[in-house]
Design a protein around this ligand. Structure first.
Ligand code: G6P
Length: 283
């Protein structure tokens, strides 16, 4: 495949391959494993995406940060020994297309379905992700039913955002939504959300745009074809148990994840497609 001059492919000593984008509009990094974006920095602005400084980029392990793709289920499966957040984030995706369109770089990857363990997903389907990298970042995750029976899945674009101080960080735009936390709820979200403890809220009926206010600036987070999202910060105790996560890093990150979970799960009839999208930028 002929890459535009602004996109280069590299390999780490661990064997992980990644694409590097250095365009007039942004710098970005996307790993083929998990189709996981780990860097997006609009030109002249601060990084919009967080990755742990403890990350060691190993094969078979999702990177702690960036945008892990959770598919074909989000969170802990009802079969307790199945992997949390599904299987797509650990598998090698194939690079389908890279092109520059009106100054934006479009990168498309697909999950080769013959690499998905049929214990976990046996439906005839396709899963494709497209990153549109410009002054902002757009991620489109498209599922298509290629079989002759319907199926249902849950999923999320599990985006890690930076902050310089979680205690001075708020999320605006969830007011009016309902949330479940630690198996309890639904509760009504009436106010702007702050952080003072472990946070693991699954929102439904969520407005489509949130603003994350941090001392670094305000980030805009929009979703399409999604009425659910997840807000997460592990706080002190859970931070100690997480892989590739320094004990004090809960102070400098949060996740706000575009999702299709709970009543927002996706059911696709034969030949039907669904695209979950998230659009991210500094305000
Ligand atoms: O450590 P991971 O498997 O990447 O999961 C990290 C986190 O993802 C989501 O935000 C879940 O709601 C959390 O409960 C989970 O701890």
């Amino acid at each position: 495949m002929q890459l535009p001059t602004t996109v280069t492919q590299h390999e780490m000593a661990s064997g992980l391959s990644y694409l590097k984008v250095n365009s007039a509009r942004c710098d970005a990094t996307i790993f083929l494993q998990g189709a996981q974006l780990t860097e997006f920095t609009p030109k002249g602005q601060a990084p919009l995406i967080w990755v742990s400084s403890d990350e060691d980029y190993q094969m078979g392990k999702p990177v702690r940060g960036g945008i892990p793709i959770c598919w074909p289920w989000f969170g802990v499966h009802e079969k307790a020994d199945w992997p949390i957040h599904g299987v797509a984030r650990k598998l090698l995706w194939s690079l389908e297309n890279v092109e520059e369109i009106n100054g934006d770089i479009h990168i498309r990857l697909a999950l080769p379905m013959d690499t998905v363990d049929t214990t976990f997903w046996s439906h005839k389907s396709s899963l494709v992700v497209t990153f549109v990298l410009g002054h902002s970042l757009r991620v489109d995750l498209t599922n298509t039913n290629l079989g002759d029976t319907p199926f249902t899945l849950t999923q999320a674009l599990h985006t890690y955002f930076p902050t310089s101080d979680i205690q001075k960080t708020t999320v605006e735009g969830l007011q009016g939504a309902q949330y479940i936390e630690f198996g309890e709820g639904p509760f009504a979200q009436n106010d702007v959300v702050g952080f003072a403890r472990e946070t693991d809220m699954v929102y439904t009926q969520a407005p489509t745009v949130q603003k994350i206010h941090t001392p670094l600036g305000t980030m805009m987070v929009a979703r399409e074809h999604s009425t659910s999202c997840v807000l997460w910060n592990p706080w002190i105790e859970k931070a100690k148990r997480l892989s590739n996560f320094r004990d004090d890093e809960y102070l400098t990150m949060l996740c706000l994840e575009a999702a299709n979970v709970m009543e927002d799960a996706v059911t696709l009839q034969p030949n039907e497609s669904h695209t979950l999208s998230t659009i991210l930028s500094w305000q």
